[in-house]
Design a binder for this molecule. Structure first.
Ligand code: AMP
Length: 133
C-alpha cells in the first residue's frame, strides 16, 4: 500500500481538497508554492502512462476541476501542471499556482509550511469546487 493509498483510506491525515469515486486531491505537504495540490487515482498505478486511456482522461478532467477552483481561490496567473513521480510510486499530477516560472521549482520547497495557512488554503480551494457527484 503506498503512502497515498493510506491517505485516501484515512490512515494518514492530509489537507483534503476533493474526492470522487475514482480520484482524490490533497495539498502537497512540502509545497513548492502555496496551494500546491496533488491529484491521484484511488487505484494504485506507479507510472501515470500505464493508466488506461479512459481512466487517464477522467483523471485530467478531475484535475481540471480542481485547478479551476485553485485559480478562483488563489491569486495567480495560471495553474501549472507537472508529473514527476520519482518519489512516490503512485501516479499523481502536481498542480501549482503560478505568478512566474520560478514558482514551480521543485528544488525550492516552502520550509516548514504553517499548518494554519495550509488549512486556510485547503478550505479556500475546497469552497470553490463544483462537482456533480
Ligand atoms: P514525486 O513522486 O517526485 O512527484 O513527489 C512526491 C510528492 O509527494 C512530493 O512533492 C512530496 O512533498 C509529496 N508528499 C509525500 N508525502 C506526502 C504526504 N504524506 N502528504 C502530502 N504530500 C506528500
Amino acid at each position: 500500500m503506498t503512502i497515498f493509498s493510506k491517505i485516501i483510506a484515512g490512515e494518514i491525515p492530509c489537507y483534503k481538497i476533493a474526492e470522487n469515486d475514482k480520484f482524490f486531491a490533497f495539498l502537497d505537504i512540502n509545497p513548492v508554492n502555496w496551494g500546491h495540490t496533488l491529484v491521484v487515482p484511488k487505484q494504485e498505478t506507479d507510472y501515470i502512462f500505464d493508466i488506461d486511456d479512459e481512466q487517464l482522461s477522467e483523471m485530467i478532467v478531475f484535475a481540471k476541476k480542481v485547478a479551476t477552483a485553485m485559480k478562483e481561490a488563489i491569486p495567480c496567473r495560471k495553474i501549472g501542471v507537472t508529473v514527476l513521480g520519482l518519489e512516490v510510486p503512485h501516479a499523481h499530477i502536481h498542480l501549482v499556482p503560478l505568478q512566474k516560472e520560478g514558482d514551480m521549482d521543485f528544488k525550492h520547497k516552502i520550509d516548514n509550511p504553517d499548518p494554519e495557512r495550509m488549512k486556510e488554503i485547503c478550505e479556500a480551494i475546497s469552497s470553490k469546487l463544483k462537482f456533480e457527484n
